[in-house]
Write a new protein. Structure first.
Length: 248
């Protein structure tokens, strides 16, 4: 049985309070069949995180503008319905498995990714012209409608990314720890956050469920109620980043 992740040092700025119990949340997670690059099912992923003591997970699959496993010629509504199918499956399993399920969306622009929290399926269905907007316009629209927008792994280097793009006027926080990125990439993200005054954010970017070895996320002293409570806490720096590595 996998072990409960060990306590980690809080690196959130201006907060040195120590507590014995922290509620931990995975904030960056992909599942099959929605994310084409994922390798773990919804059930297996939920059971794994439950087994290591997490209190909740956010399903943040690649949106219809990213690496999604859907026919792009389908109507917008059909693609949106497919996109939310993994999250809806997770919600159906929530009580059975005993781990809280929350919604997030990872939107993309030529390898530059953003995590969006606070918008639901109905919102996206009611905005069929979304794809006609530039990415900068989309991000502004999300924030105008109350969403939390995080730049995920902003300094990621990969063969499919021709150059690094930053959107400092279009996001509210920076993923300073992505468990799948290098220490250098994460340190650059932290410097970016510090220089622009963004709040810290962290996530594993888990695509493989229980095969994941390194983890990151957000934790709090009390359990979060819903996505809106989560957003408020992040904005008010009432959640802390954490990271840990599983023993081999």
């Amino acid at each position: 049985m996998p072990k409960r992740p060990p306590p980690t040092q809080n690196i959130q700025k201006n907060n040195e309070k120590k507590v014995t119990k922290m509620y931990r949340y995975e904030t960056h997670l992909h599942t099959v069949p929605v994310s084409k690059c994922a390798r773990a099912s919804v059930r297996d992923t939920m059971e794994f995180y439950k087994s290591i003591g997490y209190d909740g997970i956010f399903i943040t699959n690649h949106f219809i503008d990213g690496n999604i496993n859907v026919d792009r010629s389908l109507p917008y509504e059909d693609r949106i319905n497919f996109y939310f199918s993994d999250y809806e499956e997770a919600k159906r399993l929530e009580s059975e498995i005993g781990i809280r399920i929350f919604l997030g969306v990872e939107v993309s622009y030529a390898g530059t990714d953003f995590l969006v929290y606070g918008l639901d399926k109905e919102w996206f269905l009611s905005h069929p012209d979304l794809e006609k907007l530039s990415k900068k316009q989309q991000l502004a629209l999300y924030m105008e409608n109350g969403a939390l927008v995080i730049h995920a792994h902003p300094f990621r280097e990969s063969g499919h990314i021709d150059h690094i793009r930053l959107f400092p006027r279009s996001v509210q926080g920076i993923e300073i720890i992505n468990a799948n990125r290098t220490d250098f990439e994460n340190e650059m993200a932290k410097q970016y956050a510090d220089n622009y005054g963004f709040f810290y954010f962290a996530g594993s970017d888990n695509h493989v469920g229980g095969a994941q070895k390194k983890f990151a996320g957000m934790e709090s002293e009390t359990p979060i109620i819903d996505e809106y409570d989560f957003i408020e806490r992040v904005r008010e720096s009432k959640m802390q980043v954490f990271a840990w590595k599983r023993e081999e």
